[in-house]
Write a protein that binds this ligand. Structure first.
Ligand code: RB5
Length: 146
């Protein structure tokens, strides 16, 4: 079942701007509620600014999940994971995307425009958004680092 009632906070730097725009159109076409926190062009900007904006929306519970795009997904992931309560992942295949939800209760997905084609990015996003956290034995481990 596709969960279209989810709210998604979306952001990128210049290195992820084009893929972020495609993801926004894709998610909107599927009926998701998407809020775009920039950037708004390919002009050079600093990815930590956008990581913070999107993660704040997740922590404040406006958004169910955040999606951040930069050149590799890595800078966004490093920034997001410095914020308490954020569990950001950079899966480059659908299995990892599913497991990041099922076992790690990831709440932010970071993607690399220079790494992924748009179709694979959409598949990864679908796997991420449509997999539930399993809880149970996994929660103890999350509590240990939270
Ligand atoms: C920008 O050139 C690039 O460094 C940035 O998008 C990102 O890949 C950093 O991790």
């Amino acid at each position: 079942m596709v969960k279209k009632d989810l709210k998604i906070a979306l952001g990128s730097d210049h290195g992820g701007y084009e893929l972020k725009e495609k993801i926004k159109a894709h998610l909107n076409s599927l009926g998701y509620l998407v809020a775009d926190f920039g950037t708004d062009s390919t002009d050079s900007v600093d990815y930590p600014v956008y990581a913070k904006k999107v993660c704040d929306e997740v922590l404040e519970k406006w958004a169910d999940f955040g999606i951040l795009v930069c050149g590799t997904g890595l800078g966004m992931s490093i920034c997001a994971n410095k914020i308490k309560g954020i569990r950001a992942v950079t899966p480059e295949n659908t299995f990892s995307a599913k497991m990041s939800r099922a076992h790690n209760n990831a709440n932010v997905l970071t993607l690399g425009q220079r790494v992924l084609g748009e179709e694979l990015a959409y598949e990864i996003i679908s796997a991420f958004l449509n997999t539930d956290y399993e809880g149970g034995r996994h929660q103890k481990r999350i509590d240990m680092f939270e």
